[in-house]
Design a protein around this ligand. Structure first.
Ligand SMILES: [Mn+2]
Length: 242
C-alpha cells in the first residue's frame, strides 16, 4: 500500500520554507557541503527525494547526515528505488539485483564482510520510515514519476520509483499540485521544469552535481561531487527576476 505522508504546509508561515534535495547516491561530501550552505531553520521542511544510497563511496555517511538533520528541521525523506532494493534484501529477497545496481558500494561503506547485521538497526529503521510520497498544500514529492490521472494514494510502486521521465513524461497531476521528483538524471546540471513538474536529479554520482531547490522561491543550490557549492546568488538568471 502506498505510504503517503501528508503535510499541509502553512504557506502564511513566513519562516517556513520547503527544500527538496535530489538523488544523493552515497555522495556524502556533496551532501555535507550542500547542507552547510542551505539556510535550514527548525520550521523548514526538507525533502530528500530518495536514492540516498548506492553507487557513491559513502552511503553510510549520507544516511548519518540525514539522521542528524532530522533533529533540526521537519525532515521528510522519500523512498527511492535503491532504498527499495536494499530493504528487499534485508527482508530476505535475493541480493543480485541490488548488488548489480550499486548495492556493493553501500555494503562496503558499512564494512560488510558477509553479515548484513553490520548495518545498524537505527539506520534500517530510519530508511524504513521513508515515505512513498510527501504531499503539501500545493506540491507533492515522489522519487521518480506518477500517473497524472490517478490519485496520489493509488500510485504504483513501479511508477513512483522505477519509471524514468524519458519513458513517461507525465502531464500535470489531476490534483493540480505541482510535482517535484528526482530519479531521471540530467548530468548537465540543469533541472527539468515544465508545467506541473520539476525534476532536480542532476546526477551527482557520475559527473553531475547535487541540487537543492526551495520550491516557493525557486532558489537553487548545487554541490559538486567534491563539495564545491554554487549558491542562489551565483545563478544570474534567477537574480534577474528577484
Ligand atoms: Mn532512482
Amino acid at each position: 500500500m502506498t505510504k503517503v505522508s501528508t503535510t499541509i504546509h502553512a504557506a502564511s508561515h513566513q519562516a517556513s520554507r520547503v527544500f527538496a534535495i535530489g538523488d544523493i547516491h552515497g555522495c556524502a561530501r556533496a551532501l555535507e557541503a550542500l547542507l552547510a550552505a542551505l539556510p535550514i531553520g527548525p520550521f523548514d521542511i526538507v525533502v530528500p527525494l530518495g536514492d540516498v544510497i548506492d553507487r557513491g563511496n559513502d552511503s553510510r555517511a549520507a544516511i548519518e547526515l540525514l539522521m542528524s538533520l532530522s533533529s533540526r528541521c521537519d525532515l521528510r525523506p522519500i523512498l527511492g528505488n535503491h532504498e527499495e532494493m536494499m530493504l528487499d534484501v534485508l527482508d530476505g529477497k535475493p541480493p543480485k539485483r541490488w548488488l548489480k545496481h550499486g548495492g556493493t558500494a553501500t555494503l562496503d561503506s558499512y564494512g560488510f564482510c558477509g553479515r548484513l547485521d553490520v548495518i545498524p538497526q537505527e539506520h534500517i529503521d530510519f530508511i524504513r520510515s521513508f515515505s512513498d510520497i510527501v504531499e503539501l498544500e500545493d506540491h507533492f514529492f515522489v522519487h521518480g514519476n506518477y500517473d497524472s490521472q490517478k490519485p496520489l494514494s493509488e500510485q504504483s510502486r513501479k511508477m513512483m520509483r522505477w519509471t524514468s521521465l524519458i519513458d513517461h513524461l507525465p502531464m500535470p497531476h489531476q490534483s493540480g499540485k505541482a510535482a517535484v521528483v528526482g530519479h531521471t538524471a540530467n548530468k548537465t546540471g540543469n533541472i527539468l521544469r515544465q508545467p506541473g513538474l520539476t525534476c532536480i536529479d542532476t546526477g551527482c554520482y557520475g559527473g553531475g552535481c547535487l541540487t537543492a531547490l526551495e520550491v516557493y522561491s525557486g532558489e537553487m543550490w548545487q554541490a559538486s561531487f567534491l563539495g564545491k557549492v554554487t549558491a542562489p546568488e551565483s545563478f544570474p538568471q534567477r537574480q534577474a527576476g528577484a
